[in-house]
Design a protein around this ligand. Structure first.
Ligand code: UDP
Ligand code: MG
Length: 315
């Protein structure tokens, strides 16, 4: 008997959940008899009736488990809680809005069981239905982050992945507070197969990601997985030191030999502006890393559970 745990993080998904459950059930029924399922809903501090909807499902179906957080901790925390509590031999992460088609589950399972992969990832081949400007910045982000990290982050990769126990345990072993799942998944490595699919619109409810939130998320991804920005600021600093040294030499030469002291404060003001700008920029970069370190050393819990129907002895 094999068991698959489906982890679903939910934040204000009362409208989407019943549709999601129905669609998922349909797909679970197509699996062979010797495959058992566990559906693990993580209620990430929803402000609507998501928890009630989940409890109703749990009463109808004993495969449904849930963990409800004491407040909204974010999807990354929800994923971590799910992975920690999943009891399956295989684990998959899904959104509640059906943007991660359950119809792919069988193909993913097959790739692991028959083709010997450790994990299967999914990526969207297009970004249909997304604002153009957002797609543009998303592409830029992947170009930049891939230049800065030693492992590859796949453009368009979703959090919809299917993993065996080894991969799950590897990801759980990364206990950092600032969690960037796509990066963690690339970081642990293993044999990953990528499945591509067309972008799907969310069935109900609204996206929780504004452009500003995405920008912050992107910057967090970079600082969490790369220290290249620090190197870049050091290099810029070095270049400016050399440049100013050359300038000083030229000015001394001009004044002493040619008797032509450089005049004019506009040029001076420009230089001061530019150099102090670069200094602030570099300080900002250092600050980013410092703030991450600050949050890490506090060792605060990644999530806090308010209620759950999982008993500790189950795992
Ligand atoms: N989500 C969550 N906590 C949050 C924000 C989102 O658990 O703080 C869940 C949300 O309920 C959904 C999934 O993460 O199941 C993806 O969110 P969304 O659909 O808003 O993101 P998008 O697909 O637009 O990137
Ligand atoms: Mg979505």
């Amino acid at each position: 008997m094999k068991k698959i745990t489906v982890i679903v993080s939910c934040y204000n998904e009362e409208k989407a959940l019943p549709l999601f459950y129905e669609e998922l059930s349909k797909n679970m029924n197509t699996f062979p008899q010797d495959v058992a399922f566990e559906i693990l809903f993580i209620n990430d501090g929803s402000k609507d009736n998501t928890l009630q909807v989940i409890k109703t499902l749990a009463n109808q179906d004993n495969r449904v488990q849930y963990i409800s957080f004491s407040r909204n901790f974010g999807k990354e925390s929800a994923i971590f809680a799910g992975l920690e509590h999943a009891s399956g031999d295989y684990v998959t992460l899904m959104d509640a809005d059906l943007q991660d088609p359950p119809s792919l589950l069988k193909e993913m399972y097959h790739a692991i069981i028959e083709e010997g992969y450790d994990a299967v990832g999914t990526r969207r081949v297009n970004r249909k239905g997304e604002p153009l400007i957002r797609s543009f910045f998303a592409r830029m982000f992947y170009k930049i982050i891939n230049k800065m990290t030693s492992f590859q982050m796949v453009d368009g990769a979703r959090d919809y992945v299917f993993m065996n126990r080894k991969v799950v345990d590897a990801i759980i072993s990364l206990k950092e507070y600032n969690r960037y799942s796509k990066g963690l998944f690339s970081f642990v490595g293993f044999n990953v197969k990528w499945i591509e699919y067309e972008n799907v619109q969310r069935v109900a409810g609204e996206t929780k990601w504004s452009f500003w939130k995405l920008t912050k998320y992107a910057l967090e991804g970079i600082t969490a997985f790369s220290t290249t920005p620090l190197i870049i600021s050091s290099i810029i600093g070095l270049i400016f030191c050399l440049l100013s040294f050359l300038l000083i030499l030229t000015i001394i030469f001009k004044t002493l030999i040619l008797g032509d002291p450089t005049s004019g404060w506009p040029s001076l003001v420009c230089i001061i502006f530019m150099v102090s700008g670069i200094q602030l920029f570099s300080l900002g970069i250092i600050g980013q890393y410092l703030s991450k370190t600050y949050l890490e050393v506090k060792k605060r819990p990644i999530y806090i559970v308010r209620e759950s129907n999982i008993h500790p002895s189950d795992n």
